[in-house]
Design a protein around this ligand. Structure first.
Ligand SMILES: NC(=O)c1ccc[n+]([C@@H]2O[C@H](COP(=O)([O-])OP(=O)(O)OC[C@H]3O[C@@H](n4cnc5c(N)ncnc54)[C@H](O)[C@@H]3O)[C@@H](O)[C@H]2O)c1
Ligand SMILES: [Zn+2]
Length: 359
Protein backbone atom coordinates (compact mmCIF):
# COMPACT_ATOMS: atom_id res chain seq x y z
CA UNK A 1 0.00 0.00 0.00
CA UNK A 2 1.05 3.55 -0.50
CA UNK A 3 -0.38 6.88 0.51
CA UNK A 4 0.63 9.94 -1.46
CA UNK A 5 0.18 12.85 0.86
CA UNK A 6 0.66 15.99 -1.17
CA UNK A 7 0.99 19.36 0.46
CA UNK A 8 -0.66 22.12 -1.57
CA UNK A 9 1.63 24.81 -2.97
CA UNK A 10 1.44 27.81 -0.70
CA UNK A 11 1.54 31.33 -2.05
CA UNK A 12 2.53 34.24 0.14
CA UNK A 13 1.10 37.60 -0.84
CA UNK A 14 3.76 40.23 -0.17
CA UNK A 15 2.84 43.88 0.01
CA UNK A 16 4.89 47.00 0.55
CA UNK A 17 2.61 49.51 2.23
CA UNK A 18 3.18 53.12 1.27
CA UNK A 19 1.91 54.92 4.33
CA UNK A 20 0.65 54.74 7.87
CA UNK A 21 -2.86 55.09 6.44
CA UNK A 22 -2.30 51.93 4.39
CA UNK A 23 -1.17 50.05 7.48
CA UNK A 24 -4.22 51.29 9.38
CA UNK A 25 -6.52 50.20 6.53
CA UNK A 26 -5.02 46.72 6.26
CA UNK A 27 -5.10 46.14 9.99
CA UNK A 28 -8.71 47.33 10.12
CA UNK A 29 -9.85 45.23 7.16
CA UNK A 30 -7.71 42.12 7.48
CA UNK A 31 -7.12 41.91 11.20
CA UNK A 32 -9.81 43.71 13.20
CA UNK A 33 -12.75 42.95 10.90
CA UNK A 34 -11.83 39.25 10.62
CA UNK A 35 -11.52 38.83 14.39
CA UNK A 36 -7.84 37.92 14.06
CA UNK A 37 -5.56 37.52 17.05
CA UNK A 38 -2.29 39.42 17.31
CA UNK A 39 0.98 38.12 18.72
CA UNK A 40 2.85 41.30 19.50
CA UNK A 41 6.52 42.08 20.22
CA UNK A 42 6.47 43.70 23.64
CA UNK A 43 9.70 45.51 22.71
CA UNK A 44 7.61 47.70 20.39
CA UNK A 45 6.24 49.39 23.49
CA UNK A 46 2.96 50.86 24.61
CA UNK A 47 2.70 53.51 21.91
CA UNK A 48 2.69 50.95 19.10
CA UNK A 49 0.31 48.72 21.02
CA UNK A 50 -2.12 51.61 21.49
CA UNK A 51 -1.96 52.35 17.76
CA UNK A 52 -2.83 48.74 16.93
CA UNK A 53 -5.74 48.95 19.37
CA UNK A 54 -6.67 52.23 17.66
CA UNK A 55 -6.92 50.34 14.34
CA UNK A 56 -9.83 48.42 15.87
CA UNK A 57 -8.07 45.37 17.30
CA UNK A 58 -9.51 44.75 20.80
CA UNK A 59 -6.85 44.60 23.53
CA UNK A 60 -8.05 41.18 24.63
CA UNK A 61 -7.06 39.83 21.20
CA UNK A 62 -3.43 40.92 21.62
CA UNK A 63 -0.87 38.61 23.23
CA UNK A 64 2.48 40.16 24.13
CA UNK A 65 5.53 38.01 23.53
CA UNK A 66 8.66 38.99 25.49
CA UNK A 67 11.16 40.95 23.45
CA UNK A 68 14.11 39.39 21.65
CA UNK A 69 15.27 35.79 22.05
CA UNK A 70 13.15 35.35 25.20
CA UNK A 71 10.16 34.93 22.87
CA UNK A 72 11.75 31.89 21.25
CA UNK A 73 11.09 29.21 23.84
CA UNK A 74 8.56 26.47 24.47
CA UNK A 75 7.07 28.15 27.48
CA UNK A 76 6.12 31.31 25.54
CA UNK A 77 4.92 29.29 22.55
CA UNK A 78 2.77 27.23 24.92
CA UNK A 79 1.32 30.35 26.57
CA UNK A 80 0.47 31.86 23.18
CA UNK A 81 -1.27 28.65 22.10
CA UNK A 82 -3.28 28.67 25.34
CA UNK A 83 -4.17 32.30 24.66
CA UNK A 84 -5.53 31.41 21.19
CA UNK A 85 -7.47 28.51 22.68
CA UNK A 86 -9.01 30.73 25.38
CA UNK A 87 -9.99 33.24 22.69
CA UNK A 88 -11.75 30.37 20.85
CA UNK A 89 -9.65 31.39 17.85
CA UNK A 90 -11.12 29.49 14.89
CA UNK A 91 -9.16 27.51 12.33
CA UNK A 92 -9.73 29.82 9.36
CA UNK A 93 -9.11 33.05 11.23
CA UNK A 94 -5.65 34.58 10.75
CA UNK A 95 -3.00 35.09 13.41
CA UNK A 96 -1.06 38.31 12.93
CA UNK A 97 2.49 38.38 14.23
CA UNK A 98 3.89 41.89 14.59
CA UNK A 99 7.51 42.31 15.66
CA UNK A 100 11.19 41.67 15.18
CA UNK A 101 12.68 38.41 13.89
CA UNK A 102 12.54 36.63 17.26
CA UNK A 103 8.85 37.42 17.70
CA UNK A 104 8.12 36.35 14.10
CA UNK A 105 9.98 33.05 14.53
CA UNK A 106 8.07 32.18 17.71
CA UNK A 107 4.72 33.59 16.56
CA UNK A 108 4.88 31.78 13.22
CA UNK A 109 5.61 28.54 15.07
CA UNK A 110 2.52 29.13 17.20
CA UNK A 111 0.41 29.66 14.06
CA UNK A 112 1.80 26.47 12.51
CA UNK A 113 0.98 24.38 15.60
CA UNK A 114 -2.37 25.75 16.78
CA UNK A 115 -5.10 23.55 15.29
CA UNK A 116 -2.34 22.11 13.05
CA UNK A 117 -2.04 25.43 11.29
CA UNK A 118 -4.02 28.65 11.03
CA UNK A 119 -3.51 31.39 8.40
CA UNK A 120 -0.41 33.39 9.28
CA UNK A 121 0.18 37.09 8.58
CA UNK A 122 3.62 38.54 9.26
CA UNK A 123 4.32 42.20 9.93
CA UNK A 124 8.11 42.61 10.40
CA UNK A 125 9.18 45.65 12.42
CA UNK A 126 12.99 45.49 12.38
CA UNK A 127 15.27 45.82 9.37
CA UNK A 128 16.74 42.37 9.94
CA UNK A 129 13.33 40.72 10.13
CA UNK A 130 12.26 42.49 6.93
CA UNK A 131 15.21 41.37 4.87
CA UNK A 132 15.67 37.92 6.34
CA UNK A 133 13.06 36.54 8.73
CA UNK A 134 9.80 36.89 6.79
CA UNK A 135 10.37 35.32 3.40
CA UNK A 136 11.52 31.73 3.71
CA UNK A 137 8.88 30.03 5.81
CA UNK A 138 11.14 29.08 8.71
CA UNK A 139 9.83 29.15 12.28
CA UNK A 140 11.89 28.38 15.36
CA UNK A 141 12.49 28.18 19.08
CA UNK A 142 15.85 27.92 20.85
CA UNK A 143 16.92 25.29 23.33
CA UNK A 144 18.38 26.23 26.68
CA UNK A 145 20.50 23.41 28.07
CA UNK A 146 22.27 24.05 31.36
CA UNK A 147 22.63 27.74 30.63
CA UNK A 148 23.78 27.31 27.02
CA UNK A 149 21.50 28.65 24.31
CA UNK A 150 21.22 26.51 21.19
CA UNK A 151 19.57 28.60 18.50
CA UNK A 152 16.73 27.43 16.26
CA UNK A 153 16.90 23.81 17.38
CA UNK A 154 13.21 23.15 16.76
CA UNK A 155 10.85 24.62 14.22
CA UNK A 156 8.65 24.09 11.21
CA UNK A 157 8.35 25.27 7.63
CA UNK A 158 5.25 27.42 7.60
CA UNK A 159 5.07 30.22 5.01
CA UNK A 160 2.87 33.20 5.77
CA UNK A 161 -0.30 33.82 3.81
CA UNK A 162 0.37 37.55 3.82
CA UNK A 163 3.39 39.68 4.59
CA UNK A 164 3.07 43.43 5.08
CA UNK A 165 6.15 45.61 4.91
CA UNK A 166 6.04 49.19 6.09
CA UNK A 167 9.08 51.45 6.49
CA UNK A 168 7.57 53.49 9.35
CA UNK A 169 8.44 50.82 11.93
CA UNK A 170 12.13 51.44 11.33
CA UNK A 171 12.07 54.98 12.69
CA UNK A 172 12.07 53.78 16.29
CA UNK A 173 14.93 51.29 15.89
CA UNK A 174 17.98 51.85 18.07
CA UNK A 175 21.42 52.12 16.47
CA UNK A 176 22.39 48.59 17.54
CA UNK A 177 19.39 47.10 15.71
CA UNK A 178 19.98 49.36 12.70
CA UNK A 179 23.57 48.15 12.42
CA UNK A 180 22.52 44.54 12.84
CA UNK A 181 19.89 44.82 10.09
CA UNK A 182 22.37 46.51 7.78
CA UNK A 183 24.80 43.57 8.18
CA UNK A 184 22.14 41.19 6.88
CA UNK A 185 20.97 43.65 4.20
CA UNK A 186 24.51 43.99 2.81
CA UNK A 187 24.80 40.22 2.57
CA UNK A 188 21.71 39.92 0.39
CA UNK A 189 22.40 42.99 -1.74
CA UNK A 190 25.99 41.92 -2.43
CA UNK A 191 24.91 38.37 -3.25
CA UNK A 192 22.42 39.79 -5.73
CA UNK A 193 25.22 41.46 -7.69
CA UNK A 194 24.58 45.03 -6.54
CA UNK A 195 26.23 47.49 -4.24
CA UNK A 196 24.75 50.09 -1.91
CA UNK A 197 25.35 53.77 -1.25
CA UNK A 198 27.50 53.29 1.85
CA UNK A 199 27.44 56.95 2.94
CA UNK A 200 23.64 57.08 2.79
CA UNK A 201 23.45 53.86 4.76
CA UNK A 202 25.83 55.25 7.40
CA UNK A 203 23.65 58.34 7.68
CA UNK A 204 20.58 56.15 8.18
CA UNK A 205 22.34 54.11 10.88
CA UNK A 206 23.18 57.38 12.65
CA UNK A 207 19.60 58.62 12.30
CA UNK A 208 20.55 61.49 9.97
CA UNK A 209 18.39 60.57 6.95
CA UNK A 210 15.00 58.95 6.37
CA UNK A 211 14.34 55.40 5.20
CA UNK A 212 13.76 56.39 1.53
CA UNK A 213 17.01 55.14 0.01
CA UNK A 214 17.26 52.22 2.41
CA UNK A 215 13.76 51.12 1.43
CA UNK A 216 14.76 50.59 -2.20
CA UNK A 217 17.43 48.18 -0.96
CA UNK A 218 14.96 46.40 1.31
CA UNK A 219 12.73 45.75 -1.70
CA UNK A 220 15.73 44.51 -3.69
CA UNK A 221 16.82 42.21 -0.86
CA UNK A 222 13.32 40.76 -0.44
CA UNK A 223 13.03 40.15 -4.21
CA UNK A 224 16.39 38.34 -4.21
CA UNK A 225 15.48 36.20 -1.21
CA UNK A 226 12.18 35.22 -2.85
CA UNK A 227 14.09 34.03 -5.90
CA UNK A 228 16.49 31.89 -3.81
CA UNK A 229 13.74 30.45 -1.59
CA UNK A 230 11.59 29.52 -4.60
CA UNK A 231 14.52 27.54 -6.02
CA UNK A 232 14.75 25.44 -2.83
CA UNK A 233 11.68 25.97 -0.61
CA UNK A 234 12.51 23.34 2.01
CA UNK A 235 16.25 24.06 2.07
CA UNK A 236 16.88 20.50 0.94
CA UNK A 237 18.76 21.03 -2.36
CA UNK A 238 21.61 23.13 -1.02
CA UNK A 239 20.58 26.19 -3.03
CA UNK A 240 19.75 28.27 0.04
CA UNK A 241 23.31 27.70 1.31
CA UNK A 242 24.43 30.92 -0.37
CA UNK A 243 22.24 32.86 2.06
CA UNK A 244 24.61 31.60 4.75
CA UNK A 245 27.34 33.88 3.41
CA UNK A 246 29.04 35.30 6.51
CA UNK A 247 27.14 32.99 8.81
CA UNK A 248 29.59 30.07 9.21
CA UNK A 249 32.29 32.18 10.86
CA UNK A 250 29.68 34.78 11.88
CA UNK A 251 27.81 32.29 14.08
CA UNK A 252 31.10 31.16 15.66
CA UNK A 253 32.02 34.77 16.36
CA UNK A 254 28.54 35.56 17.68
CA UNK A 255 28.61 32.72 20.18
CA UNK A 256 32.22 33.32 21.26
CA UNK A 257 31.58 37.06 21.71
CA UNK A 258 28.85 36.13 24.23
CA UNK A 259 26.40 38.89 23.45
CA UNK A 260 28.94 41.68 22.90
CA UNK A 261 27.97 41.93 19.22
CA UNK A 262 24.67 41.56 17.41
CA UNK A 263 23.89 38.91 14.82
CA UNK A 264 24.26 41.33 11.89
CA UNK A 265 27.59 42.64 13.16
CA UNK A 266 28.88 39.08 13.48
CA UNK A 267 27.67 38.37 9.94
CA UNK A 268 29.50 41.46 8.63
CA UNK A 269 32.84 40.27 10.08
CA UNK A 270 31.95 36.72 9.03
CA UNK A 271 31.49 37.92 5.42
CA UNK A 272 34.88 39.58 5.50
CA UNK A 273 36.65 36.49 6.92
CA UNK A 274 34.85 33.99 4.67
CA UNK A 275 35.50 36.08 1.60
CA UNK A 276 39.17 36.29 2.63
CA UNK A 277 39.16 32.48 2.92
CA UNK A 278 37.69 31.76 -0.51
CA UNK A 279 39.46 34.61 -2.36
CA UNK A 280 42.94 33.14 -1.73
CA UNK A 281 45.32 35.19 -3.87
CA UNK A 282 42.88 35.72 -6.72
CA UNK A 283 41.04 38.81 -5.55
CA UNK A 284 41.16 41.46 -2.86
CA UNK A 285 37.39 41.71 -2.67
CA UNK A 286 37.50 40.91 1.06
CA UNK A 287 39.38 44.17 1.59
CA UNK A 288 36.53 46.02 -0.15
CA UNK A 289 34.15 44.36 2.29
CA UNK A 290 36.28 45.47 5.23
CA UNK A 291 36.52 49.05 3.96
CA UNK A 292 32.75 49.22 3.50
CA UNK A 293 31.77 47.75 6.85
CA UNK A 294 34.28 49.92 8.71
CA UNK A 295 32.97 53.02 6.92
CA UNK A 296 29.51 52.08 8.18
CA UNK A 297 30.72 51.96 11.78
CA UNK A 298 31.06 48.20 12.31
CA UNK A 299 33.73 47.60 14.92
CA UNK A 300 35.29 44.23 15.71
CA UNK A 301 34.48 43.18 19.28
CA UNK A 302 37.38 43.35 21.77
CA UNK A 303 37.40 39.59 22.17
CA UNK A 304 38.09 39.00 18.46
CA UNK A 305 41.88 39.24 18.89
CA UNK A 306 41.99 36.61 21.60
CA UNK A 307 39.85 33.93 19.96
CA UNK A 308 41.70 30.62 19.76
CA UNK A 309 41.42 28.34 16.71
CA UNK A 310 40.18 25.50 18.95
CA UNK A 311 37.21 27.57 20.13
CA UNK A 312 36.24 28.42 16.53
CA UNK A 313 36.66 24.78 15.47
CA UNK A 314 34.37 23.64 18.32
CA UNK A 315 31.65 25.97 16.97
CA UNK A 316 32.21 24.80 13.39
CA UNK A 317 31.81 21.12 14.34
CA UNK A 318 28.22 21.83 15.33
CA UNK A 319 27.53 23.76 12.08
CA UNK A 320 24.56 22.44 10.14
CA UNK A 321 26.58 22.61 6.90
CA UNK A 322 29.09 19.97 8.11
CA UNK A 323 29.21 17.05 5.73
CA UNK A 324 31.78 14.25 5.46
CA UNK A 325 33.91 15.92 8.13
CA UNK A 326 34.12 19.18 6.19
CA UNK A 327 32.33 22.47 6.45
CA UNK A 328 31.05 24.23 3.35
CA UNK A 329 31.85 27.93 3.00
CA UNK A 330 30.03 29.83 0.24
CA UNK A 331 31.34 33.35 -0.04
CA UNK A 332 31.81 36.17 -2.54
CA UNK A 333 34.93 36.91 -4.56
CA UNK A 334 33.17 39.89 -6.14
CA UNK A 335 29.64 41.32 -6.13
CA UNK A 336 27.36 38.48 -7.21
CA UNK A 337 30.26 36.01 -7.72
CA UNK A 338 29.95 33.09 -5.32
CA UNK A 339 32.69 30.58 -4.64
CA UNK A 340 32.18 27.51 -2.46
CA UNK A 341 35.01 25.77 -0.65
CA UNK A 342 34.78 22.71 1.62
CA UNK A 343 37.35 22.63 4.37
CA UNK A 344 38.05 20.64 7.52
CA UNK A 345 36.86 22.75 10.49
CA UNK A 346 40.34 22.97 12.09
CA UNK A 347 41.78 24.39 8.85
CA UNK A 348 39.09 27.06 8.53
CA UNK A 349 39.38 27.80 12.26
CA UNK A 350 43.18 28.29 12.01
CA UNK A 351 42.68 30.67 9.12
CA UNK A 352 39.89 32.62 10.82
CA UNK A 353 41.71 32.99 14.16
CA UNK A 354 44.74 34.41 12.35
CA UNK A 355 42.58 36.75 10.26
CA UNK A 356 40.68 37.96 13.36
CA UNK A 357 43.91 38.53 15.28
CA UNK A 358 45.21 40.70 12.46
CA UNK A 359 42.17 43.01 12.49
N1 LIG B 1 13.05 32.72 10.16
C1 LIG B 1 14.10 33.13 9.51
O1 LIG B 1 14.31 32.80 8.34
C2 LIG B 1 15.07 34.04 10.19
C3 LIG B 1 16.04 34.69 9.41
C4 LIG B 1 16.89 35.58 10.05
C5 LIG B 1 16.81 35.78 11.42
N2 LIG B 1 15.86 35.11 12.15
C6 LIG B 1 15.76 35.30 13.61
O2 LIG B 1 15.44 36.66 13.86
C7 LIG B 1 15.94 37.01 15.15
C8 LIG B 1 16.63 38.34 15.07
O3 LIG B 1 15.69 39.30 14.63
P1 LIG B 1 15.89 40.85 14.95
O4 LIG B 1 17.24 41.28 14.53
O5 LIG B 1 14.70 41.52 14.39
O6 LIG B 1 15.96 40.91 16.53
P2 LIG B 1 14.82 40.86 17.64
O7 LIG B 1 13.60 40.23 17.18
O8 LIG B 1 15.49 40.30 18.85
O9 LIG B 1 14.52 42.42 17.86
C9 LIG B 1 15.54 43.26 18.39
C10 LIG B 1 14.93 44.23 19.39
O10 LIG B 1 14.20 45.23 18.71
C11 LIG B 1 12.90 45.39 19.29
N3 LIG B 1 12.04 45.95 18.24
C12 LIG B 1 11.30 45.29 17.31
N4 LIG B 1 10.74 46.17 16.45
C13 LIG B 1 11.13 47.41 16.86
C14 LIG B 1 10.88 48.72 16.37
N5 LIG B 1 10.19 48.94 15.26
N6 LIG B 1 11.42 49.76 17.05
C15 LIG B 1 12.19 49.56 18.16
N7 LIG B 1 12.48 48.34 18.65
C16 LIG B 1 11.95 47.27 18.00
C17 LIG B 1 12.58 44.00 19.79
O11 LIG B 1 11.60 44.02 20.80
C18 LIG B 1 13.93 43.56 20.35
O12 LIG B 1 14.14 44.07 21.64
C19 LIG B 1 16.86 35.88 15.59
O13 LIG B 1 16.20 35.11 16.55
C20 LIG B 1 17.05 35.07 14.32
O14 LIG B 1 17.28 33.70 14.59
C21 LIG B 1 14.99 34.27 11.55
ZN1 LIG C 1 21.43 35.96 9.59
Amino acid sequence: MQLNFQKPVQTSSIQFLESHADLARYLKEECAAKGASVLFDSGLGKIWKQRVIGFGVPEKRIFALPQGERAKNWSEVGKAIQFLHKQSHERNVPVFVIGGGACLDAGALVASLYRRGVPLVLVPTTLLSMVDATVGGKTAVNLDVEGNLYKNVAGTFYPAKNIYYWSGWLESLHKKERLSGVGELLKTIWLSDSDVDIENLRQWIDGEVSEDNLWKNVRKAVAYKIQVVESDPLDSLGKRAILNFGHTLGHALESLARGSISHGEAVAWGMWAESYFVCENRSNFYEDIRARIQALGFKPPEIIHQIKPGAIAACLYSDKKMSGGKVLVSALTDFGVIKSVSAPPHELAQFAAKAFQGL
